[in-house]
Design a protein around this ligand. Structure first.
Ligand SMILES: Nc1nc2c(c(=O)[nH]1)N[C@H]1C(S)=C(S)[C@@H](COP(=O)(O)O)O[C@H]1N2
Ligand SMILES: [Mo]
Length: 274
C-alpha cells in the first residue's frame, strides 16, 4: 500500500467522503460528539480542580476573586455621581420593612452612644444623635436590594453623608472641606465603618459615599429608627447592595487602602455596586 492511499483513508475516516454510507456517517458523527463530550467534561473537571488548588484570597479562590475585581473595574468606570437611583411615592413604601442581618447588633446598646469619627491620626470627633439631627434632613424612598435576591421599597430619613462631611470637614487629609466634584487630591480613597462592638464592618469607595443619595439615617417611615433596623444611626447607600448599608454605626474612619469588610472577607464582591 502506498502512503497516498493511507492518507486518503485517514482523511475519510475523520471527515468522510462522497461514497460514504449513511450508517458510517452516523457512526462517525456519534464518535465525534462522544469525544467532544468527554473533552469538555474533562476540561471543566480539570479547570475546577485547578481553581481549587489556587490560593484562596479573602474567602474565595484567587481566579474567581480576579473575576470580581475586574467587575469592580468596569462598574466603577461607568459609575457617575449624578446618576440618581429611582425614587418612589410614600404610598409605595412598605409599612413593615424587612429585618435582615443582626451581626454587631446582639449586645446591648450603650445608652451614652455617640458617633465616633476618626478624621485622621489623633483627631477624633464625637457626635451625639442631636448633633447629627441639627443638619438638614433628607428623605429617600427607594428600592432596597439585598444580594440574597430580595428587594423592597422603603422610606428612610437622615443626613446626607456629603452634608455631614462638608459641615465637619471629613474625609480630607488636610481637613479642608471635601469637594468630590473637583477631583479632590486631598480626599481619602475610602470610608470605613464599624459597629460599636466591631463585629460588623464595611468599607466604601469615596465616590459612593459622596453620592447625593447616600445617607446616615435615623428614621424609618418617618419615625425613629427601630433597634433591629440599626438604631441610633445606620448607613443607607442606594448605589450598593444592602450588605454595605451597615446598621448601628459605632465608628467611621477614612483610609486610602480598602477598609476591612465583613462580607468581602467571606468571599463577596468588595465593590458590590448596583
Ligand atoms: N450591623 C449590621 N448591619 C447590617 C447587616 C448586619 O448583619 N449587621 N446586614 C446587612 C444586610 S446583608 C442587609 S440586606 C441590610 C438589611 O437591612 P434591614 O435589616 O434594615 O432590612 O443590612 C445590612 N447591614
Ligand atoms: Mo443583604
Amino acid at each position: 500500500m502506498n502512503w497516498r492511499k493511507n492518507i486518503v483513508r485517514i482523511k475519510s475516516f475523520f471527515f468522510g467522503n462522497k461514497e460514504e454510507s449513511i450508517n458510517r456517517k452516523i457512526t462517525r458523527r456519534t464518535i465525534y460528539s462522544f469525544l467532544s463530550l468527554i473533552f469538555l467534561y474533562s476540561l471543566s473537571v480539570y479547570s475546577w480542580k485547578w481553581i481549587r488548588k489556587q490560593k484562596s484570597e479573602q474567602g474565595i479562590y484567587q481566579p474567581l476573586r480576579k473575576v470580581l475585581n475586574s467587575n469592580e473595574t468596569v462598574f466603577s468606570k461607568i459609575y457617575s455621581l449624578s446618576d440618581l437611583v429611582p425614587e418612589y411615592p410614600v404610598s409605595q413604601a412598605v409599612k413593615n420593612a424587612r429585618v435582615n442581618g443582626f451581626i454587631g447588633m446582639r449586645s446591648k446598646l450603650d445608652s451614652l452612644w455617640q458617633l465616633t469619627i476618626i478624621r485622621g491620626s489623633g483627631d477624633t470627633l464625637k457626635l451625639t444623635l442631636d448633633d447629627i439631627k441639627k443638619l438638614p434632613k433628607t428623605e429617600l424612598i427607594f428600592d432596597f436590594k439585598c444580594v440574597e435576591g430580595w428587594s423592597q421599597i422603603s422610606h428612610w430619613g437622615g443626613v446626607r453623608f456629603s452634608d455631614i462631611a462638608k459641615h465637619y470637614q471629613l474625609g480630607t487629609k488636610d481637613r479642608s472641606t471635601p469637594d468630590i466634584m473637583q477631583n479632590d487630591e486631598e480626599l481619602y480613597g475610602y470610608t470605613g465603618f464599624y459597629t460599636p462592638d466591631s463585629a460588623y464592618y464595611v468599607g466604601l469607595d469615596m465616590p459612593s459615599m459622596f453620592h447625593p443619595q447616600t445617607l446616615l439615617c435615623y428614621e424609618l417611615n418617618g419615625k425613629t429608627l427601630p433597634m433591629n433596623q440599626g438604631y441610633p444611626l445606620r448607613l443607607i447607600c442606594p448605589v450598593k447592595y444592602g450588605i454595605k448599608s451597615i446598621k448601628r454605626i459605632g465608628t467611621i474612619y477614612f483610609s486610602d487602602s480598602r477598609p476591612r469588610d465583613y462580607w468581602y472577607e467571606r468571599g463577596y464582591d468588595y465593590y458590590s455596586g448596583l
